[in-house]
Structures are given as structure tokens and as C-alpha cells.
Ligand binder design. Sequence first.
Ligand code: AMP
Ligand code: ZN
Length: 114
Amino acid sequence: MEECLFCKIINGDIPCDKVYEDEYVLAFKDIHPVAKVHVLVVPKIHIKDYNEVNDNNILYISKVQNAIKEVAKICGIKDTGYRVISNTGKDGGQAVPHIHFHLIGGEALGEKII
Ligand code: AMP
Ligand code: ZN
């Protein structure tokens, strides 16, 4: 996906503040953090959103889920706790159409929707 911001970050065409990387996953600091720790964890293939998750790409989503605790550990929030959020589509408030997981923590977080 040539026009995708996160694909460009994955490809190295746009710089990021990298926190973690493996064959399937990239994690980097959000440019507009909403908490002391705010990292985006993304699969290294273009999947637009949850509606595009399928049997052919689920390995990448699994690897992202498995990496989150490692990213949390690197960020020093594994034991203090954190929240993982993924927005999908218009009503979900998704701004970047490459599925991603906000890992936030480092402080007591604000009011929960659920
Ligand atoms: P969402 O609204 O769930 O699609 O989240 C997109 C997130 O990407 C927002 O929290 C933005 O602050 C973040 N973001 C946008 N551009 C960049 C960038 N170049 N580097 C890091 N984070 C970014
Ligand atoms: Zn992409």
C-alpha cells in the first residue's frame, strides 16, 4: 500500500521512534501521546482494519497480540498495567487505515467507556 502512512513507516520511508520490532510486528511511539506511555503496535503487512482480518493474515494479528506484553515490558508498564485500544472505521474513530493497537499506560488512565 504505497499511500499508507504506517506502511511507509514500516518500510522506513517515514521515520518513527521505534520501541520494538520483529519479523511480523513494529511498535513505535505515537506522535500525539495521550498518556505517559503511548505506543502503536502494528502488523508489518497492510491490513486496513478488523473487517479485513482473515485466515490469511491472522498470523500477523496473533504476533501483534503476543508482542504487546513484550512492548509493555520494554516501556516499563508490564506490571503497573495498561490499556490496549484499536479503533475501526468511521464511528470507531480510526484515522489511519492500517490496523493498529494503541498501548497506553504509565499513569492511572482516564474514564473508561467500558
Ligand atoms: P487512530 O485514530 O486509532 O487511527 O490512531 C492513529 C494514531 O496515529 C493517532 O494516535 C496519531 O497520533 C498517530 N500518528 C499519526 N501519524 C503518526 C506518525 N507519523 N508517527 C506516530 N504516530 C502517528
Ligand atoms: Zn498500511
